[in-house]
Design a protein around this ligand. Structure first.
Ligand SMILES: Nc1ncnc2c1ncn2[C@@H]1O[C@H](COP(=O)(O)OP(=O)(O)O)[C@@H](O)[C@H]1O
Ligand SMILES: [Mg+2]
Length: 435
């Protein structure tokens, strides 16, 4: 290929001939020649020398005309050649592989990146079918897709929005790609251009990231499960062991009281009795806070009822539980009932700590195969930045636990002000459904 300066000069020369001043001068000269010709033919007999001069001038002008026209054609061809070269240079410097095919899906353009990506020389690719760059299993469908795209009249679009696209190298190996397609008509012919890039590396990173997220989620679920088990064990011991010991102590004290001599000692025993009652109450409360044994013994509906009522009593916030489809909530997997219970518990704790609310509404319902939980308050409402607080783990933990079980969590400002938290959980876990 020639140097760049040469190309610029050629195009300047070519353009100079088409300059309006040059065209005007040419037209004027041609006009003058016509007039001279007419004069010469009218007076031809009187002055044969004039006729001779005019004929000579005519021949000269025709000669120059042919020369200029021929040069124009050569220049135009050269310019086409140059701009084709320039286009090829641009295409070859592109980072993405570019392949153009004609109506019959034969390759008519194959840039350098395409050579690298497909590990195939341009000469080898030209004229072959586009299909050869696709794994066998996609070929039939692909041809249809391109034809369908051709009939839409849309000029360009991304390919494979929903799934990963795969391509085939000359050596037979497959790789994931990201691609777009465009179409352009040139006269009666239509061309399709596919621009694509190899995303093997990126897809690898994405897969790794997904995998490690999944691992973290599983780890977090295991940790929560272990904590839950630990809490259950302590709650049981507090309730059963300590509870029984305290009850025994209380019975002993009452028999002792009957046999005590003197007012002062009996008053002391009454005081001890009150203290014992308080201790029994505190033990029950601590045990229930750790893990309501009711949840395991009586089920979610009972436990949720107790939770909302106990919260109302303790916080002074008017709290109501609305239940529907309660029967379906029996026999839930332990992880599901625990997740629902903990979600309600965390939401109520948040209402008491952050909302400044007067009322709280809890709804627990079953709709088709989903458990729906809503906790709403009439407090100050939650701001988007509250959810991003790095030290706040309550809602994050809830989200993690719920999405691990295949559900979703949505927290937003409630229509009547305040905050509304919505949980959706599958009634049956995947493992159970499969079993
Ligand atoms: N019902 C609510 N009303 C108003 N703000 C809330 C409510 N629930 C949560 N928030 C806000 O969201 C933040 C994050 O809550 P959470 O993840 O439970 O963490 P923590 O309760 O430990 O702060 C809270 O700090 C609070 O600012
Ligand atoms: Mg919290």
């Amino acid at each position: 290929m020639k140097g760049g300066d040469d190309r610029v000069l050629t195009s300047v020369k070519g353009n100079a001939l088409r300059h309006p001043a040059v065209i005007a001068a040419g037209a004027a000269a041609l006009g003058a020649l016509l007039v001279t010709n007419a004069l010469a033919f009218m007076r031809g007999m009187e002055a044969p020398w004039l006729l001779g001069v005019v004929i000579l001038t005519d021949m000269l002008v025709i000669g120059v005309g042919i020369f200029v026209a021929a040069r124009e054609v050569v220049t135009a061809e050269h310019e086409t050649e140059v701009s084709r070269g320039r286009l090829q240079a641009i295409l070859d410097s592109a980072m993405d592989a570019i392949i153009t095919v004609d109506d019959s899906q034969k390759v008519v353009l194959f840039n350098r990146a395409a050579e690298q990506v497909f590990r195939m020389k341009k000469d080898e690719a030209m004229g072959t079918q586009l299909e050869r760059f696709l794994p066998q299993r996609f070929r039939g469908a692909h041809r249809g897709h391109i034809e369908q795209f051709g009939s839409t009249g849309v000029t360009s679009r991304r390919m494979g929005d929903v799934t990963t696209l795969w391509a085939l190298r000359a050596d037979g190996s497959e790789f994931p790609i990201e691609a777009s397609i465009s179409q352009a008509a040139e006269g009666a012919k239509r061309y399709f251009t596919v621009i694509l890039r190899d995303i093997t590396l990126r897809k690898g990173y994405e897969d790794q990231l997904k995998e490690s997220q999944q691992e973290l989620r599983e780890l977090s679920a295991r940790v929560q499960e272990a904590r839950e088990e630990e809490k259950t064990r302590i709650a049981r011991e507090l309730h059963d062991e300590l509870g029984q010991l305290l009850t025994a102590l209380k019975m002993d004290l009452s028999s002792l009281k009957e046999n005590l001599p003197g007012e002062a000692l009996r008053a002391k025993a009454d005081e001890m009795d009150r203290l014992l009652d308080q201790t029994v109450g505190a033990t029950r409360r601590i045990s229930a806070d750790l893990r309501p044994l009711m949840l395991d013994d009586l089920g979610l509906v009972e436990a949720a009822g107790w939770l909302v009522e106990d919260f109302g009593r303790r916080s002074g916030i008017a709290s109501r539980l609305q239940l529907s489809g309660g029967e379906a909530l029996e026999g839930l997997a332990k992880s599901v009932s625990t997740a629902v219970y903990r979600a309600i518990q965390e939401s109520l704790t948040n209402i008491a700590r952050h909302a400044g609310a007067k009322s709280a509404w809890v709804t627990l319902a079953v709709q088709e195969q989903w458990i729906l939980v809503e906790v709403e308050d009439d407090g100050r409402g939650i701001a988007p930045e509250d959810l991003a607080k790095s030290r706040s783990l309550g809602l994050k933990g809830m989200r993690e636990r719920i999405s691990y079980l295949g559900g979703s969590l949505d927290i937003a400002r409630a229509p009547r002000g305040g905050t509304r938290l919505r949980v959706r959980l599958p009634l049956r876990l995947e493992q159970e459904a499969a079993a």
